[in-house]
Design a protein around this ligand. Structure first.
Ligand SMILES: [Zn+2]
Ligand SMILES: [Zn+2]
Ligand SMILES: [Zn+2]
Length: 125
């Protein structure tokens, strides 16, 4: 049997970051992840966090959404939908349970869904 090599520094960092990502049960920002990670390993900087997040998103292991001009991440494929008021810019989160119509219309392989609906909110109309 092959002997296990001791985990390299990068591997250990990666494992820590992945563990902390798994502890989120909904959407999170890079900064929130950084706070959790740096409590356990203060040597890991925010740039490293961004690098890990980018790679994981690229590999489809986590999913990224654009929320109020900031990137939000999630470890599930749960959809993320907004109603944005064109007048006041107010953003409401809406939960769509049925996005099946997209899967019928789009013949590509869908990973996760983000929908931005714009209009005029009740306050402004
Ligand atoms: Zn995805
Ligand atoms: Zn959002
Ligand atoms: Zn409005």
């Amino acid at each position: 049997m092959e002997k296990m090599k001791p985990a390299s520094r990068t591997t250990k960092q990666k494992q820590l970051v992945e563990r902390e990502i798994a502890s989120f049960h909904s959407f999170f920002h890079a900064e929130e992840l950084y706070q959790r990670v740096s409590q356990k390993n203060p040597k890991i900087g925010i740039a490293t966090i961004y690098r890990f997040l980018n790679n994981l998103a690229k590999n489809g292991e986590i999913h990224s959404f654009l929320c109020n001009r900031k990137t939000l991440y999630s470890n599930s494929k749960k959809n993320h939908c907004h109603f944005i008021c064109e007048r006041c810019g107010d953003i409401k989160h809406i939960s769509l349970t049925k996005v099946d119509f997209l899967y019928q219309q789009i013949k590509e392989e869908i990973c996760h869904v983000q929908i931005d609906v714009t209009g005029i909110c009740k306050k402004c109309s």
